[in-house]
Design a protein around this ligand. Structure first.
Ligand SMILES: [Zn+2]
Ligand SMILES: [Zn+2]
Length: 722
């Protein structure tokens, strides 16, 4: 055998964060192994997947003990070199994300690859690639045949020999005429794209102002340049709709989706198509931000303000923020679209870091719904009269019903009632494992905890005193649906929430029923507020939105405002009906600044006042936060860990100038018998925060091993929920 000499390689290996490994490890490998190649390696006694990272630094001026001598290095195992290596730019993206969100490079690199890829050996991978080649060849053949048939049909029509052939012609996708605003938005984007390093664009557009058409045209331009396009959407539910629109427009192009609802085989196939440069357009949820795309030319982030772009476990990354970084890295334009941008992005636009592009008119001249703030204080108070479904609201719904129009009633709480209550002894349906109530679900007569999932039968009588008269307190969507059906006999009421859409495909079926006009009144949670294009809804009512006004989370008003704007945007999408479409807000605080801005559809005023508040309270985007959360089997375990962590932090010179808040219980302190505490760290500069975390976190790993009863801890940089 012709053995080529081995050389030192740096390999990022799949090692959990607590192992303390942050960077790549040294191994020995053959000369020809390029960085970005997947290899099997031994870690401890395990065989794990690794990724050849970069060549070791040229200058070997490292101190003697900084690296193992080559004689002690282990050789790498089998290389999956049938796969083209992951690019240098892709590795820089992963490296940045790992450093920023405080994870090890190897853990993140392997976690964002399709799970199936990690389990393959070289032979299996080759078989997969072969299969993909075959499928692609067949698709190309079919496309060619279709093209030939079209040409033949066209020739036949030309010759006048076969008029029926007209039907054989595929309909060319219709491209709607652009409004003047859309045209100037596209001109602005084209101008940005032409720059050496394009500035990110914040596309601020009302619902119904034609943002999607901007995405489509910008994508078209990139595709014509032979580039690949990455489109991110916040939720899996929204991918099929957008995918359909892109597929219709770009018939004959290769479009793949990437999200967690794909089967492992589908995900690998789609990922490979992107990586091999065959997929021209990749549409996906947050994990798609890491898709390997060799000819990436444009990134679109739709509904950029949406909280689901932030990963909530493992590496807690923000796909929106990484998309912006990736654009910078790859020198490609990034379009962030929203009707209610995140305050972070808005501030970046104000500061000139992002280029703001406005779409202020609805397509077809449709007006935004008139917002009515319905003052609940003025309602006559009578015992037994439900306030959620006020008499004026029922009247308004009835009017729509008589005119054959649809209504949407929005309540962000599922289940029948948030709690069951005994008025004899004050028993409440508390979850035995959490500091929360079990929610009453009437349909299947269960009490369910929405935090830990524990489900029990509804007791016949009060478990504490035997009173048979236990009653639901408050109201969720299930009860609202029931009450609407009672108040408006004959109305076809439907409900869409996490409970009614558990089964695959059920959401699509229910949405179709709304579109077909088989539903008069739709009740739903935030699920219905997002993205769905309802043409015939003329009344949107938010029946109980006040809760978020007084939340301890400083981002709650921002979320409420965008949710209500989005919900309101469901009304009057049809220009003919737009004039009389309305949004009702039932509130006890009609004078609140948030509602006052909402009434005028004035996001700008709302953002201005919020940013002002944040600046005076020194909150993001004017400060940078990290949150350390700890869970333990006892209050003491969780709290003591954070107290010790804080002491360790104070001993570090890097903590000077940082604000370390004392550990406090989380809003829901106990979940699934776990006690949860958190501690907030505030810094004036991002770089300072990251330098501190890098020095501090290794101490926390050591503390964890000493703290009995601590089950886990995690750090969240730029946390979304406080
Ligand atoms: Zn629970
Ligand atoms: Zn009782």
């Amino acid at each position: 055998m012709n053995e080529s000499p081995l050389r030192r390689l740096r390999v990022a290996v799949e090692a959990p964060q607590h192992s303390g490994l942050t960077g790549p490890l040294d191994y020995l490998g053959p000369q020809g192994l390029t960085p970005g190649t997947l290899v099997h390696v031994t870690l401890g006694r395990r065989d794990v997947m690794g990724l050849v990272w970069d060549d070791p630094p040229e200058d070997q001026d490292l101190p003697e003990d900084a690296q193992l001598p080559e004689s002690e290095l282990r050789p790498v195992g089998e290389a999956l070199d049938a796969l083209p290596p992951l690019s240098n730019r892709w590795r820089r993206l992963v490296e940045f994300a790992a450093g920023y969100y405080q994870r090890s490079v190897g853990e993140l690199a392997l976690a964002v690859l399709p799970p199936q890829l990690r389990d393959l050996d070289a032979k299996q991978l080759q078989a997969r690639l072969k299969k993909l080649d075959k499928a692609d060849a067949e698709a190309a053949k079919a496309a060619k045949a279709a093209k030939a048939a079209t040409a033949a049909a066209a020739a036949a029509i030309e010759a006048g020999s076969n008029p029926e052939a007209l039907e054989a012609l595929p309909s060319t996708p219709e491209r709607p005429a652009l409004t003047a605003q859309q045209q100037s938005a596209l001109d602005a984007l084209a101008e940005l794209a032409a720059r050496e390093v394009p500035q990110p664009a914040l596309l601020w557009g009302l619902t119904g102002s034609g943002k999607t058409e901007i995405y489509l045209r910008a994508a078209e331009a990139a595709l014509e340049r032979g580039e690949q396009v990455l489109v991110l959407v916040p939720e899996i539910n929204l991918t099929p709709q957008l995918e359909a629109r892109f597929a219709e427009r770009f018939a004959g192009r290769s479009i793949v989706s990437l999200h967690s609802a794909l089967t492992p085989a589908q995900r690998l196939r789609n990922w490979l198509a992107a990586h091999l440069g065959r997929a021209q357009l990749v549409l996906g949820t947050r994990l798609a931000v890491f898709a390997s795309m060799p000819r990436l030319g444009l990134i679109v982030v739709d509904e950029e303000h949406d909280p689901s772009y932030k990963q909530q476990d493992g590496a807690r990354y923000s796909a929106r923020d990484l998309a912006v970084y990736r654009g910078h890295l790859e020198k490609v334009p990034v379009v962030l679209g929203s009707a209610t941008p995140s305050l972070e992005s808005w501030q970046h636009a104000l500061a000139g870091r992002y280029r703001r592009i406005d779409l202020t008119e609805r397509i077809g001249g449709g007006a935004l719904p008139r917002v009515r703030l319905f003052d609940m204080n003025r309602l006559e108070r009578k015992k037994g009269v439900t306030t959620t479904l006020s008499v004026p609201l029922v009247d308004a719904l009835r009017k729509r019903l008589e005119r054959g129009e649809q209504s949407l009633v929005f309540l962000n709480r599922r289940g029948y009632a948030p709690v069951l209550h005994c008025d004899q002894c004050n028993w409440k349906s508390d979850c035995p494992h959490c500091s929360a109530h079990q929610v009453f679900h009437k349909e299947d007569r269960t009490l369910r905890c929405h935090h830990c999932g524990v489900t029990t039968r509804v007791p016949r009588a009060c478990p504490s005193c035997g009173n048979p008269d236990i009653a639901p307190l408050g109201r969720g969507t299930e009860r609202l649906e029931e009450q609407l059906a009672q108040a408006l006999p004959g109305a076809r009421v439907a409900r869409i929430d996490a409970d009614t859409t558990r089964l695959k495909g059920s959401l699509e079926t229910q949405l179709a029923a709304v579109h077909e006009g088989d539903v008069d009144i739709l009740v739903g949670t935030q699920m219905v507020a997002k993205g769905h294009d309802f043409r015939r809804i003329t009344l949107v009512a938010a029946v109980n939105p006040d809760g978020a006004l007084f939340s301890s989370d400083f981002r709650a008003p921002e979320r409420l405002f965008s949710l209500l704007m989005q919900a309101g945007g469901r009304a009057g999408r049809d220009a003919a009906q737009a004039a009389r479409s309305e949004m009702w807000i039932q509130t006890w605080y009609p004078e609140h600044a948030l509602y006052q801005s909402l009434q005028k559809h004035d996001y700008e005023a709302f953002a201005g006042s919020q940013l002002h508040e944040r600046m005076s309270a020194n909150l993001p985007p004017f400060a940078h936060l990290a949150l350390v959360r700890a869970e333990g089997r006892s209050v003491e375990a969780a709290r003591d860990f954070l107290v010790a962590a804080q002491e360790a932090a104070q001993a570090l010179p890097l903590s000077l100038g940082l604000l370390l808040y004392p550990p406090v219980p989380m809003a829901i302190a106990r979940v699934a018998d776990s006690e949860r505490f958190q501690m907030l760290i505030e810094a004036g500069s991002r770089a300072q925060l990251l330098r501190f975390l890098r020095a501090w976190l290794p101490e926390l790993h050591a503390l964890k091993r000493r703290q009995k009863g601590l089950t886990r801890w995690a750090v969240d940089v730029d946390p979304l929920a406080i």
